[in-house]
Design a protein. Sequence first.
Length: 269
Amino acid sequence: MAQTAITLNNGVKIPQFGLGMYRVKKGDVSETTVRTALELGYRHIDTAHIYGNEASVGKAVRESGIPRNQVWVTSKFFTGDYKDVRAMDKMLERLDTDYVDLVLLHTYSATWQSGWRLLEQALAEGKTRSIGISNFNGKRLEDLLNFATVKPQVLQVESHPYYQQKNLPALIEPAGTAIEGWYPLGRGNRSLLEEPVFAHLGKKYGKSNAQIILRWHIQEGTIIFPSSTNPEHLAQNIDIFDFELTDEEMNQVRAMDKNQYLNGFGKHE
């Protein structure tokens, strides 16, 4: 079964599965992790200014031998970038690339409006192929959707079986915004990973509990990018495209929703 892609509201196709670079150390660790992931077939890398590893990601992508247009690179403005007219150019310099596939506002700030206008400008200038937001929920999300001249292509939020964000699709559907889920495995929450339903399905399909969860996300239509520096885990995470959960099995996982966020930083509203 081939890897899947999501068509964004501007017609651009994003690989639905990728590698998250949150808390991956810059330098050799990041470069090796991205290089290994690309060798395993990953074609989507999610980084951010605040992660400090953009340069390492860019170097690994350049040195991979894979054409740039075949690797999706996401990065994010942090709050200090929202009023910096050179923020996009600085990002391109850190990544050492001519364009970024997706740039997000990383989180809510009082200066988000100026940040969004900078993203719209970068999109118009061809410095990024798509733009979006991260950690905007509730009224903050509604305010941005009403303010935006270009509706966000992507909304990135915490999403996993214990916190399924069931209210979001109806809110963003008019804008055609796609959902990306960070912490798709619930930050490695043991209770989540050891749920009996995942063990049962894992035995049926010859997969790990984590692979069952990641496959559920894919069939839900969520864009995901689990993070790991372990080569074995990297290989297991992407090995989810040779089976498919039934409708009944999908519903069993949907029924696990507890509206329980696990990020440790508090709920974004």
